[in-house]
Write a protein of this length. Structure first.
Length: 245
């Protein structure tokens, strides 16, 4: 049977292995995501968004850097205790040096990003909670990276997470996201097993089309510098929540 989100102990997420495999250096795929997202953020006036949310933040800091160019306040909402502790340390005690190349690229592609990495994280509020419990329509922008397809094996539950992502913003609010393409159930480190729901650009577009306007979906190829998780690349999305919903 499919593994659902509630079947997983997210407090056991292997933080150090995940960071080592994915974020201790800037990989080409993440550089491509940053380039794609920066083009979107450059269309938003600096500081024009009062409140943004990173929907299932994990330990990934570059979406927070990107949003800092447009957002005055940013909630990083995350359920796993290890990820929460890591985010708190990065925001309050100073970020790891490994994130500096990510910030340099974010700022080069969008000069509205604050000049230092610490400044880019200064308006982040780390929120320990379930993204499914967020109050609808409270944010002007929502960002999501590798969450909906990486927390369940069930396509209907994937769709539910995507719907809640859209519903987290006000009507007409901005949406930006990245998904692993065709991600199966996957492993991090030597043993830990985590759910995956394979999706592709057509499926992502089909899920979001009824909920949004100005929907744009694209993809990038798989990155040979990353571990082979079984995916075939990444799917990238920008949209606005349908103001008539």
């Amino acid at each position: 049977m499919s593994i659902l989100n509630n079947d997983v102990n997210w407090d056991s997420w292997p933080l150090e292995e995940y960071l080592a495999e994915n974020y201790r250096e800037l990989h080409p795929s993440d550089a491509a995501v940053i380039e794609h997202h920066s083009a979107f953020y450059r269309t938003l006036p600096p500081g024009s968004i009062d409140r943004s949310v990173e929907f299932g933040a994990g330990p990934n800091l570059y979406p927070l850097m990107l949003a800092a160019g447009a957002s005055r306040h940013l909630d990083a909402v995350e359920a796993g205790t290890a990820n929460i502790s890591y985010l708190h340390r990065q925001v309050t005690q100073g970020p790891d040096a490994s994130w500096l190349p990510f910030h340099t690229l974010c700022r080069r592609l969008n000069p509205a990003v604050p000049a230092t990495l610490s400044a880019a994280l200064s308006n982040v509020r780390v929120v320990h909670g379930d993204i499914r419990a967020l109050t609808p329509r409270q944010y002007g922008l929502a960002s999501m990276h590798f969450v909906a397809e990486g927390v369940t094996e069930d396509f209907d539950e994937f769709k539910d997470f995507c719907r809640l992502f859209v519903e987290s913003v006000v009507p007409g609010g901005h949406l930006i996201a990245a998904f692993m393409e065709n991600m199966p159930t996957y492993r991090i480190g030597a043993a830990s097993r985590w759910p995956g729901c394979p999706v592709d650009p057509d499926l992502v577009a089909k899920v979001f089309a009824p909920l949004t306007e100005r929907l744009a979906v694209s993809r990038i190829d798989s990155d040979p510098t990353l571990p082979d998780y079984g995916d075939s690349g990444m799917v990238l999305l920008t949209a606005a929540a349908d103001p008539e919903r």
